[in-house]
Every structure is written in structure tokens, then in C-alpha cells.
Design a protein around this ligand. Structure first.
Ligand SMILES: [Mn+2]
Length: 284
């Protein structure tokens, strides 16, 4: 009977030691393009990832918070709060956290010369990460190379579904044009050309960033910005893009043996993009 009485206390004890439930342990984690403050941001998925992993180093590679000074429609919910709280908790628990501002959170760039460290989070223009197996990686957001990538944003909005819809729209579009006496104009051809340009632009971006890393004597580069997760060899230099938390919900992780991996968190955990977000929208 004593044992029976002890059970609740034992459970309590187990609970205490099981906090937090962090199944994944990494040497380093890189995330970018979270766009907190916009409706597209999957802060709920990111909170889930941040809650269930621990790491020695956490790199926030730009566009984490989306321009609160510039945007008219600011969207903030409980999950956005939770993401910030969990980042602060990682810092408190001993992770070395580095925040590299991107172009959407460029308001922090003005603070760079101050060499700030707030609540254990270092603010840097760029960073260097050395993997366990001694590869030196340059870490930057990547918008510095915007001139080569003008079409990439377009690609992000143009999925297969959008393309199919555009094709049927084209029929209607040209029916109207004919009635108004204009010649036929192929929307689908135009879209195809745009997609081709976007693919070329992404390639130019990857080549440009890998080239920058090589010129400066690094083994590789970690960046974000174009929302296209990728890890590939570009002429002998490692190019890694950690993706985003709007659509792909990806993070780059370094395991303790130095192995680098792109984690597709939503895919891995079968998180549904149709699931309602569990947060209360901000009113302002
Ligand atoms: Mn960006």
C-alpha cells in the first residue's frame, strides 16, 4: 500500500526529470527565413522543433522577424511568442546563439557596429562555423547577392497547382483579349519562361555564394534568403541553404560526428499544413 501511495510522487519525479523532452541532440542547428509577424510563418511547427531538440550552437540566419517597422499588417500569435521564448531558453541552457539579420529584419543591422549580446544572443553580420570534422563554413543570410536572383521569389509562389490554374486562366484571358481585338498572348509560355528564369537565378545564387566562400578560403557556405533548401557541391565548395519556415519548414543540423543534414521537420513529423494554427491572432 505504501508503494501505491508512492506512485503519484514517482510520476511527479519522472515528469520533472523528463523536462524538456528533447529527443534530438545536435552539435549545431541553422534556421532562417522564419518571417515571424506574417501569416505565412509556421511558428507552430518551428516551436515544435525548438522544443524537441537541443544543440550546442544555434544560428539564426536572417529573416527571423519580418519587418515590424515597415509592415502594415502585423500578425503575431501565441506560437510566435513561444518561438522567441524557446530561442531564449536555448541560450539560457548554454547554447551559443548567433543572430544574423537578413533583409526582412534589417532593423537589427543598424545595431551591428555595437557588437551587441542580448540575453546570451550574439548579433553578427555573418559568422564562421567549424564542423566537428574541421570544415570551415561561412554563415550569412545571402541577400547581399540579390542582384543575381531577381526571379527566385517568383518561383516560391508558383507551385504546380498555380501553374495548372494559370493554364486554364489563359483560355479565358485570351477570350477576353480576342473580344477586345488584341492578338493572342500566351500566358503559359510567359509563365514557363519565368520559371526557367527562376531556376537559372537560383543556380546563379548558389554559384555566387559558393564562389564567395571559396574566394575567402572557406570550405563551404550556409545561407538562406531564397527559401530553397539545398545541400550540394558547387565546384568543390559546399553550398548549403537551410530553407525556410513558411513552406518547406527545414533546418540544417550538424550531428555530433560532423555529419550535416537538412531536416524537413513538417515532413518528418507528418505535420499537416491544413491543421488550424493554435494561436490567438494579435489585434494590432
Ligand atoms: Mn531574405
Amino acid at each position: 500500500m505504501c508503494a501505491a501511495r508512492c506512485v503519484p510522487y514517482l510520476l511527479l519525479l519522472m515528469n520533472a526529470s523528463a523536462d524538456p523532452v528533447r529527443g534530438h541532440r545536435y552539435r549545431a542547428v541553422f534556421i532562417s527565413d522564419v518571417h515571424l509577424g506574417t501569416r505565412g510563418c509556421r511558428s507552430d511547427f518551428l516551436a515544435d522543433f525548438l522544443r524537441r531538440m537541443s544543440c550546442d550552437r544555434l544560428f539564426l540566419v536572417g529573416d527571423i522577424i519580418d519587418g515590424w517597422r515597415l509592415r502594415k499588417s502585423w500578425y503575431w500569435d501565441d506560437q510566435c511568442d513561444e518561438v522567441l521564448r524557446l530561442i531564449l531558453r536555448h541560450a539560457r541552457d548554454g547554447a551559443e546563439v548567433t543572430y544574423i539579420p537578413g533583409n526582412h529584419d534589417e532593423m537589427f543591422r543598424a545595431w551591428l557596429p555595437l557588437g551587441l549580446e542580448i540575453a546570451g544572443i550574439r548579433l553578427r553580420k555573418e559568422a564562421v562555423h567549424t564542423t566537428f570534422d574541421n570544415r570551415r563554413l561561412l554563415v550569412m543570410h545571402g541577400d547581399e547577392f540579390d542582384s543575381v536572383v531577381r526571379y527566385a521569389k517568383f518561383l516560391a509562389y508558383l507551385g504546380d497547382g498555380a501553374y495548372t490554374a494559370a493554364l486554364s486562366l489563359n483560355t479565358w484571358f485570351n477570350a477576353v483579349r480576342r473580344r477586345l481585338g488584341y492578338p493572342y498572348w500566351s500566358l503559359s509560355q510567359w509563365l514557363k519562361r519565368q520559371v526557367k528564369e527562376a531556376v537559372k537565378a537560383i543556380d546563379r545564387f548558389e554559384v555566387a555564394l559558393a564562389g564567395e566562400a571559396r574566394r575567402r578560403g572557406f570550405d563551404g557556405i550556409v545561407c538562406g534568403h531564397i527559401h530553397q533548401a539545398e545541400m550540394r557541391d558547387v565546384n568543390g565548395t559546399l553550398y548549403i541553404n537551410d530553407g525556410d519556415w513558411v513552406e518547406s519548414c527545414t533546418a540544417l543540423v550538424e550531428h555530433h560526428d560532423g555529419r550535416l543534414e537538412l531536416v524537413e521537420w513538417a515532413e518528418l513529423n507528418r505535420l499537416s499544413f491544413f491543421a488550424p494554427r493554435t494561436g490567438v491572432p494579435a489585434t494590432a
